[in-house]
Design a protein around this ligand. Structure first.
Ligand code: NAP
Length: 304
């Protein structure tokens, strides 16, 4: 099937293009980007023009930041195309609901991707937790924003989500693997004096689960979830690539991102063939709750 990528920036080039190149399901038939392009692929600067000219392209994969994404997704659905959304699926919850309703009424599909859910040990973690009672948990998501988002000011602008841009990856894993639902009890958001969005956050959920997100970590990066249950301890490290049960390693370390995007595109192919959507907004709901109820603390200015 032919697919077009919109927003040729960091994640499109790092992950989407390599995943599409090796996919048996997809042919990258066009790109739409004001500045970016991919060698050997037809390049457009305007989505409307591409949609009008290329009726053979059935699926549009959007890799732009969350704020500009809704208008592009709506145009693609109105033009009769299936839509794949980078995470987070929208800048707001109601945008996501609108896209889902549009897809349903047009008998199309929209896929809210959560790449971290495709990490190697997320499915085994979910299987191990099934039927157990989670008594407490600790999420630690500490990384260096300068390394992962070099110069990307949009992450600190309104709608950019700040440290929840990576933190939502942890929440996407948590909501996938837990055998129960959780909700937020309290949050603290640390916002640099010169920015709109938090650079760090601490969250307390039900089931004694807490989370610490911090974008100021230099040196080793930490993406870990530890859950205590009535039948032992589960640890996920390296963003879900590595699992320990009661302290014993269950697998060899993997490259944290390897396999995530190929699996997302495999799933998108299934959705198109079945004519279905997959729009789980639970991770974004938890983030919205943090913004609604969180205590805001002003911290040192941040410059890239
Ligand atoms: P990015 O490189 O800053 O942006 C991607 C591209 O989107 C840009 O190159 C730009 O292309 C286009 N764009 C930027 N702002 C735009 C605007 N206001 N209107 C229209 N187009 C705009 O961002 P990214 O890091 O790839 O992230 C994109 C999405 O992927 C985000 O939702 C992010 O959370 C997610 N993601 C990122 C990473 C990562 O490691 N960076 C990992 C996983 C997921 P043109 O200027 O050529 O139009």
């Amino acid at each position: 099937m032919k697919i077009a990528l919109v927003g040729i920036g960091k994640i499109a080039l790092d992950q989407h293009v390599p995943a599409l190149r090796v996919s048996p399901d997809w042919e990258l038939a066009a790109t739409v980007s004001r500045n970016g392009s991919v060698d050997g692929v037809e390049a457009w600067r305007d989505l409307d023009a591409m949609l009008a000219a290329r009726s053979d392209i059935r699926v549009i994969s959007l890799c732009v930041p969350p704020v500009p994404r809704f208008d592009l997704a709506a145009k693609a659905l109105q033009a009769g195309r299936y839509v794949m959304l980078e995470k987070p699926p929208g800048a707001t919850l109601s945008e996501c609901a609108t896209l889902q309703a549009m897809a349903q009424s047009a008998r199309l599909g929209v896929f809210a991707t959560w790449h971290s859910r495709e990490a190697a040990m997320v499915a085994p973690a979910k299987a191990w937790l099934a039927g157990k009672t989670v008594t407490s948990g600790r999420i630690t998501w500490r990384e260096d924003v300068r390394k992962w988002h070099p110069g990307q000011d949009w992450v600190f602008d309104a709608g950019g989500m700040g440290v929840f841009d990576p933190g939502i990856n942890a929440l996407s894993i948590l909501t996938e693997i837990l055998p129960c639902t959780v909700h937020l009890r309290a949050a603290t958001l640390e916002v640099p004096q010169n920015r709109q969005m938090p650079i760090a956050a601490q969250l307390d959920f039900t089931n004694n689960i807490s989370a610490e997100f911090d974008w100021r970590q230099t040196g080793p990066q930490t993406w870990s979830i530890t859950l205590e249950t009535d039948q032992g301890t589960l640890e996920l490290h390296d963003g879900g690539a590595r699992m320990l049960l009661n302290g014993a390693p269950c697998n060899e370390p993997h490259n944290a991102l390897s396999g995530e995007y190929p699996r997302l595109y495999q799933r998108m192919a299934q959705l198109v063939r079945a004519g279905e959507s997959d729009m789980d907004i639970r991770p974004l709901t938890l983030v919205a709750d943090a913004f609604m109820t969180g205590t805001r603390v002003s911290v040192d200015p941040f410059h890239f």
